[in-house]
Write a protein that binds this ligand. Structure first.
Ligand SMILES: [Zn+2]
Ligand SMILES: [Zn+2]
Length: 141
């Protein structure tokens, strides 16, 4: 089984993910933008059991603005680690945290909130796919 290592900006926190992600893509929502201070969030979604903290578990801070997203970071460097989505039973390990994983984005979500138009030919979901409780509606790039 494939295993990928990730670490925070300073290295105080290290973790692994194993197997294959359930989905990969880009989130264009306002919350991802505000939290990350970047225009989009490149996500990889995993079963929560696939994610294991290898070092620095006591050094992880967590904040949940809503019950949908528990955002985690390193208390020393402030580097972002991942977001747990308990209602979806999935964990987003930001693609930038997994340098050895071949990032193969398949979709943009929450494109109605996008500030950066990205003409990459991928489907642009207005919010989320139907199977994730969204409208399933796609928008033009
Ligand atoms: Zn750190
Ligand atoms: Zn988002």
């Amino acid at each position: 089984m494939s295993e990928y290592k990730g670490r925070c900006f300073c290295g105080a926190v290290e973790f692994t993910v194993s197997g294959a992600p359930a989905a990969m893509g880009y989130c264009n929502c306002e919350s991802c933008r505000h939290w990350s201070a970047g225009p989009v969030n490149a996500f990889t979604l995993w079963q929560p059991s696939a994610v294991k903290v290898a070092k620095g578990v006591d050094n992880i801070g967590v904040y949940n603005k809503t019950p949908v997203s528990y955002r985690k970071w390193c208390k020393t460097c402030g580097g972002h680690l991942l977001t747990e989505h308990p209602p979806l039973k999935l964990t987003d390990v930001y693609a930038a945290m997994l340098p050895d994983l071949k990032f193969q984005p398949a979709v943009h979500v929450n494109y109605k909130e996008a500030v950066l138009r990205i003409k990459d030919g991928l489907p642009k979901m207005q919010d989320f796919p139907k199977e994730m409780g969204g409208s399933g509606v796609t928008l033009p790039e």
